[in-house]
Design a protein around this ligand. Structure first.
Ligand SMILES: [Zn+2]
Length: 199
């Protein structure tokens, strides 16, 4: 389980090519940020969609603040819920984005009964979708990470971030990761469910 947790983590603050911003907030502040995140329209939408798919969650229990060992902003623990790494996040946007990204993983797990997180292909698909649909690759976020070349930045950003996540899966070597990302790219990049289209 710990391994799974590790490679499902969202490396919001540890972008391999970007800037690292390690902050950390106090637990009460973190809780306040999570509560604020729950008011975000996209977070609300994902929680509703979970319910429609037969996976109702109690947001206050499902999304919790935690002190994380790994350098991540948030992670999804299959069957257990979403942890926001209070010791790593600094800004509201990191918390809200972390919630959206991990909720997309939770949604995928809900709809794909055979989803196997240790499988490089399955994980590649989930990470591509989460990075496209959450808006993690919005040009402003990319700009703040230090990626100033904005031409064609979106697919590049999705590929870079999805690759980094899959690569942290101990089952996926560098060549397997590339193969998996390439193989599922077209299908998963264009699979915008539960959204009508990519944001
Ligand atoms: Zn992810």
């Amino acid at each position: 389980m710990d391994d799974i947790r590790k490679y499902l983590s969202l490396k919001l603050t540890l972008d391999p090519n970007g800037k690292c911003s390690y902050g950390g907030v106090t637990p009460p502040e973190c809780l306040r940020m999570i509560k604020k995140g729950l008011e975000d329209p996209k977070v609300k939408f994902m929680i509703e969609e979970m319910e429609k798919s037969g996976c109702s969650i109690k947001p206050n229990k499902f999304i919790r603040g935690a002190r994380c060992q790994q350098l991540a902003g948030a992670f999804f623990s299959p069957g257990r819920g979403i942890h926001i790494c209070c010791n790593n996040v600094t800004f509201q946007d990191e918390v809200t984005q972390g919630m959206i990204h991990e909720l997309i993983h939770a949604y995928d797990e809900c709809r794909g009964k055979n989803l196997d997180w240790s499988n490089c292909y399955h994980q590649a698909c989930a990470e591509i979708r989460a990075n496209v649909l959450s808006g993690d690759c919005h040009y402003l976020r990319e700009y703040l990470r230090g990626h100033k070349n904005l031409r064609g930045h979106e697919p590049e950003c999705v590929r870079r971030r999805a690759t980094a996540s899959v690569r942290s899966n101990p089952n996926c070597t560098e060549s397997m990761t590339k193969m998996a990302v390439d193989a599922v790219w077209e299908t998963c990049y264009n699979d915008t469910k539960p959204f009508d289209k990519a944001p």
